[in-house]
Ligand binder design. Structure first.
Ligand SMILES: [Zn+2]
Length: 253
C-alpha cells in the first residue's frame, strides 16, 4: 500500500440523509490517521477496522479547524476511545491535533486518559508514523489548517475550509492529489462564496490548475446542491476534477 485516502463523509454544514460531515482516513501500510471528524464519522470509522468505533490501529486524529461540521463527532469519539482503553485495546491516549482556538472548543477535545488534545503550530511539521504533515493557515473565520500530507514520495493536499486564495497554489504546488472544498457553484453562490470563507467548484478548479495538481477531488458539499452539478462546474475549468464519493478509497499515485 502506498498513500491512500478514504472519504468517510463529505457533506457540510450538516449531513444529507444517510450522509456524514467531513472526515477522511489517510493511511499507509503502517499508519492510520483520521483527518477531521464531523457528524456521522465515528459510525463510518467503525466499518474500516475492528474495535470500538474502528479505533484499533488509529494513530492520531488531525482536525483542520474547530467548526462543528469538522469536529462534532470527537465528542462521542471520546467515549469510544475511553471504552477502547478499558478493554485494553488501546494502551495510551489518542492524540487529537488541532488549532488551539477557539479555546472553548479546544477544551472539549481532551477526555480522561483516552483523548489528548495537542495544539498545532502551523509553522512546524508534524510526523505521525511514516506520514508527514505540513500546514498553512487558510482564509476562514476561525484558525484553519490547510494540509500537505506526504509519505513514500506521494503528496496529498487538503484545502480544509477556505475562501479562494491564489497563495495556496504555492503551498499545494505539484501535489499528486488535491482534496479541495467546493461548497458552492458560481451560479449558486452569486459571488458570496468569498465572504462566507468558502470556495466554489470553479475556484477549487482554478486553484488545482494553478498548483499543477495531478488530480482534483472535490468535497464539502451543501446538501442542497447536487454534487454532479458541482463536478460539472469544476470540470469546465479543470478537466481532472472528480466528485468524491462517501465510502470510497482513493490511491494517491
Ligand atoms: Zn466546513
Amino acid at each position: 500500500m502506498g498513500l491512500r485516502l478514504t472519504v468517510l463523509g463529505h457533506c457540510s454544514p450538516y449531513p444529507r440523509p444517510g450522509g456524514a460531515c467531513p472526515g477522511y482516513l489517510v493511511e499507509t501500510a503502517c499508519t492510520r490517521v483520521l483527518v477531521d471528524c464531523g457528524s456521522g464519522i465515528v459510525a463510518r470509522l467503525g466499518r474500516t477496522a475492528s474495535g470500538p468505533a474502528g479505533l484499533d490501529g488509529l494513530d492520531a486524529v488531525v482536525l483542520s479547524h474547530l467548526h462543528a461540521d469538522h469536529f462534532s463527532d470527537v465528542l462521542v469519539l471520546r467515549y469510544a476511545a475511553d471504552a477502547a482503553m478499558r478493554l485494553g485495546r488501546r494502551s495510551g491516549p489518542l492524540c487529537v491535533y488541532a488549532p488551539a482556538e477557539p479555546a472553548v472548543e479546544f477544551g472539549l477535545l481532551s477526555y480522561r486518559q483516552a483523548l489528548r488534545a495537542v495544539p498545532v503550530d502551523p509553522r512546524r511539521e508534524l510526523g505521525v508514523g511514516d506520514l508527514v504533515f505540513r500546514f498553512t493557515l487558510t482564509r476562514h473565520p476561525v484558525p484553519t489548517l490547510g494540509m500537505l500530507i506526504e509519505a513514500g514520495g506521494r503528496r496529498l493536499g487538503y484545502t480544509a475550509d477556505t475562501a479562494y486564495d491564489p497563495a495556496l497554489a504555492g503551498f499545494f504546488e505539484g501535489v499528486d492529489l488535491l482534496l479541495a472544498e467546493a461548497t458552492f457553484t458560481e451560479a449558486w453562490a452569486g459571488g458570496r462564496a468569498d465572504e462566507a470563507g468558502h470556495m466554489t467548484a470553479e475556484g477549487a478548479a482554478r486553484l488545482a490548475a494553478r498548483a499543477g495538481a495531478r488530480r482534483l477531488l472535490l468535497t464539502h458539499f451543501l446538501p442542497l446542491l447536487d454534487p454532479a452539478e458541482v463536478g460539472r462546474a469544476a470540470r469546465a475549468v479543470y478537466a481532472e476534477a472528480e466528485v468524491s464519493v462517501e465510502g470510497t478509497t482513493y490511491e494517491v499515485w
